[in-house]
Write a protein that binds this ligand. Structure first.
Ligand code: HEC
Ligand code: HEC
Length: 287
């Protein structure tokens, strides 16, 4: 009967403490304040260091899952330990037993600051892209850097997500993204790609418009209406798509301005259509 009650008590103590009952708890509650004076290095009594998890387990005074076989429990219930001072009270002994019954677990390793992704993963070199950064232990983020420049409007959404607005970058290309806290930093190598700013050059139209909005249909493999937008040569090789200096006859301009292209997608912005127009009016150079 007494044994049954005792077990019930232990089980409820264990479940009440849940996963939080680990070495750090018994260290803070009992070993450090009551036993460390004699049981810590150097010169630990009976060569028993209770302030280091590894040496405590190695000493075998604790048998995980078996409080009744653990010498440590025997010593504190008999009142032999602590050698001087008040004996442990019932709560303190119950806590030690519950910890051992739970397997005498060590404290979990400290959670690590990590950065796993940046979404979207690219944006224009003049900055201003609102990005979501995902990872772990991000709550203490003090700053986020894209290359050497600091991201603005940093907001912590939760420990796994941050939001900020990309800074401008002198040059297009990919940069490392870094989250900095008081105690460390996490880096995502080549975490973000800066695209050339939208403008009337072939390269800019390609990376900002053709590549992201048109290649699904106008590719070399299966070019819709014979038009592939994969390269300058294939675009200019198409009979009607671009007639240099002539906006009216250039279907690339007409179709995008009228919103017919991209097919089945939102129309291009007026800035994008203007860039296409300006490039054709400049003679559609391969720049
Ligand atoms: C004032 C010093 C002192 C304090 C405080 C003290 N101990 Fe001890 N402890 C000793 C000494 C000395 C021995 C070895 C002699 C003995 O077993 O009586 C010992 C032995 C032990 C042993 C047996 C080790 C073995 O391998 O035989 C255990 C277990 C133990 N102590 C646990 C504790 C715990 C748990 C506490 C805190 C709640 C504690 N002690 C507090 C001095 C202390
Ligand atoms: C979902 C598929 C799809 C996407 C995406 C798409 N197109 Fe097209 N495109 C077509 C089809 C099909 C045709 C032929 C029928 C038509 O004109 O509607 C076409 C025709 C064209 C033509 C006319 C070619 C000719 O010979 O008359 C141009 C120019 C063009 N597309 C440009 C673009 C551009 C620029 C984009 C990206 C901004 C784009 N398209 C995105 C499917 C697509």
């Amino acid at each position: 009967m007494a044994k049954k009650l005792f077990l019930c008590f232990l089980i409820s103590a264990v479940s009440a403490m849940g996963a939080d009952l680990n070495y750090d708890v018994v260290l803070a509650e009992i070993f450090q304040p009551i036993c460390a004076e004699c049981h810590s290095q150097p010169g630990a009594s009976a060569d028993l260091d209770l302030t280091q998890y590894a040496s405590l387990i190695a000493s075998k005074v604790v048998v995980p899952f078996k409080p009744e076989e653990s010498l440590l429990i025997e010593k504190v219930t008999s009142g032999e330990m602590p050698l001087i001072g008040d004996p442990l009270n019932a709560d303190q002994i119950a806590l030690l037993k519950a910890w051992i019954l739970a397997g005498a677990p060590d404290a979990p390793p400290p959670a690590e600051l990590t950065l796993k992704s940046v979404t979207p993963a690219s944006g224009p070199a003049n900055g201003g892209t609102e990005v979501l950064l995902s990872g772990s232990e991000l709550s203490e983020a003090k700053a986020v850097y894209f290359g050497e420049s600091e991201c603005t409007d940093l907001t912590v959404l939760d420990p796994t997500q941050l939001k900020c607005v990309t800074p401008a970058q002198g040059e297009a290309g990919s940069v490392d993204v870094r989250v900095v806290t008081d105690s460390g930093e996490a880096l995502l190598a080549s975490g973000f790609e800066y695209r050339p700013v939208l403008g009337p050059s072939y390269r800019s139209l390609y990376v900002n418009i053709f590549r992201v909005r048109c290649l699904g249909c106008h590719n070399n493999e299966n070019p819709s209406h014979g038009l592939s937008l994969e390269s300058y040569e294939t675009l200019m090789g198409h009979r009607r798509a671009v007639i240099p200096f002539n906006l009216k006859k250039s279907r690339l301009y007409k179709k995008t301005r009228e919103g017919e292209m991209p097919k089945n997608g939102p129309p291009l912005s007026s800035a994008e259509v203007s860039a296409i127009g300006a490039w054709i009016l400049a003679g559609a150079p391969n720049n």
